[in-house]
Design a protein around this ligand. Structure first.
Ligand code: ZN
Length: 208
């Protein structure tokens, strides 16, 4: 939603509701963990009440544990926390699940996939950042493809059903490469919202 028109969010949410998008991905930034601030719970509550798609909430914030109840209160389907922001990641994952949500762990571009070796069985989804978090519209970091392949191997080794999601610089070209590498879920912001025909673009991404 980061690339939506905030002066007419209703129109963009209507487009999302009509579209074939599976989920709506929401990037929450605190100006501490990332060098930018996006939107907070007053906006999220209104979006949640209007959006018909399951909400995939990505917290780019310090101490995301503090907000588990608030995110659950939105009716969110998935809560993603950054591995780099959680000292007690296992506990955070358990608390997210106890709150009735699926638990996602996010890795920044510089964080290796191997950091997840001991937690992968407990995680519903891993979100790989393919740009440095904080801003929309950035260029895809190609090394992400290797990380997707490595993560796919790790998931297969332990036999878990963890999904692989990628966020940042996704378009038809990088999206196709990501699908081939083994990604399950693609997040697209600017590529959809800046497109002349956003619903068609969503369909094209889904058909990769
Ligand atoms: Zn995100």
């Amino acid at each position: 939603m980061l690339a939506a028109n905030f002066l007419n969010l209703q129109a963009d949410l209507e487009m999302i509701n009509r579209s074939d998008a599976d989920w709506l991905h929401l990037d929450v930034m605190d100006g501490v963990f990332v060098p930018n601030i996006s939107f907070g719970f007053p906006v999220l509550k209104q979006v949640a009440s209007y959006c018909k798609k399951p909400l995939d909430v990505h917290l780019m914030i310090e101490n995301p544990d503090k907000f588990i109840r608030e995110v659950s209160g939105l009716g969110a389907m998935m809560m993603n926390v950054h591995q780099e922001a959680c000292l007690h990641l296992h506990r955070t994952i358990q608390q997210i699940k106890e709150a009735g949500m699926k638990a996602g762990v996010t890795l920044n571009p510089a964080t290796p996939v191997s950091m997840l070796k001991d937690i992968i069985r407990d995680v519903d989804m891993v979100l790989l950042m393919s740009v440095n978090p904080g801003f929309g519209g950035q260029k895809f970091i190609p090394h992400t493809l290797e990380k997707v392949r490595e993560l796919r191997n790790l998931i297969e080794q332990v036999g878990s059903e963890t999904l692989i999601e990628v966020d940042g610089g996704v378009n038809l070209e990088t999206g196709k490469q990501l699908r081939e590498a083994g990604a399950d879920v693609l997040v697209a912001g600017s590529f959809v919202f800046k497109s002349a025909h956003p619903e068609e673009t969503i369909l094209q991404l889904k058909n990769l």
